[in-house]
Design a protein around this ligand. Structure first.
Ligand SMILES: [Zn+2]
Length: 294
């Protein structure tokens, strides 16, 4: 992914990134110069140096369904890994540490299909991770299992949902051509089943694929929210501890930078204000979300 001739002033991120170029193997990599807690902010993507690009190239990251960013900086030397150390959150223009945080000397990597739907230059991954996905060509060509457990940008989740809906639509058409035989004898005209409570429940009609796809997407989104939420809480809790420690060893007990109380309040606020599945499904259904008094 290394450009042949960098057109920006190097190094572009001297305080946080060490770029190592290996001219003999046409390979490059980047190491972190800093340490970060889980999901800590590593770098902002900004205009400039970023510019919008019309189509994907080796030098872009995708930031929307049809939008791509030319990075125009050393961030371009961040390789792909199937067990990445960074997250490129292109909706918020943030590069963050992954769920394990970041240490000095650690290789900077991100999971390319987390931003790329269909890559301009697919490649065979040699990251060596036990969970290596092999051929990397963008999320479009990957199964749900291959993408499981990895942080993905919103536009990728959206495109995956669409792909799922299309597939289910095709399956349904196949079923329609196969199931031409009449309904089983003794059955009622609409299929029904007995619940544990003894009541009759209608089996939902198979054509409600949109709801099914949205439920799948919701389940996936909930997992991502849970993971991020847990990481943030553990980070805030440890920051609160550190702040409490620094005020107590300080001896003066005056307000420390972020104030332990503030951090603790943030941490408890987080548990109350986490996104609920109701809010999420409301959002996906296009409903207006009532903001609870805050
Ligand atoms: Zn890999």
């Amino acid at each position: 992914m290394a450009p042949l001739t960098p057109h920006w002033d190097q190094p572009s991120h001297p305080d946080i990134q060490e770029v190592i170029i290996n001219p003999h193997e046409f390979s490059s990599k980047s190491l972190s110069k800093i340490s970060l807690p889980p999901f800590g902010l590593y770098a902002k993507l900004e205009f400039p140096p970023c510019t919008l690009a019309a189509s994907p190239s080796y030098a872009t990251v995708q930031c929307g369904r049809d939008a791509h960013l030319d990075l125009n900086s050393d961030l371009l030397y961040i390789n792909h890994s199937c067990e990445p150390s960074l997250i490129f959150d292109t909706a918020n223009m943030n590069v963050r540490a992954g769920p394990n945080g970041l240490s000095p000397g650690e290789e900077l990597t991100f999971f390319y299909p987390s931003t790329e739907w269909s890559m301009a230059q697919p490649f065979d991954c040699l990251c060596g991770a036990p969970s290596c996905r092999g051929r990397i060509a963008g999320a479009k060509d990957m199964s749900e299992a291959q993408l499981a457990g990895l942080w993905l940008n919103g536009h990728i989740l959206e495109l995956l949902e669409e792909r799922e809906r299309e597939r289910e639509g095709n399956d349904l058409r196949d079923m329609g051509t196969r199931n031409k035989e009449p309904a089983p004898e003794n059955g009622t005209s609409s299929s029904s089943t007995l619940t544990a409570g003894g009541g009759l429940t209608e089996i939902p009609p198979p054509e409600d694929l949109t709801a099914q796809a949205l439920r799948n997407a919701l389940a996936h989104a909930e997992k991502v929210v849970e993971a991020a939420s847990a990481a943030l809480q553990s980070y805030l809790a440890s920051a609160a501890e550190a702040a409490a420690l620094s005020t107590s060893t300080d001896g003066r007990g005056e307000r420390g930078p972020a104030g332990a109380g503030t951090v603790a309040a943030l941490a408890s606020g987080l548990t109350r204000r986490g996104i609920t599945s109701r809010e999420l499904s409301g959002e996906m259904g296009g409903d207006t979300i009532a903001v609870s008094g805050s």
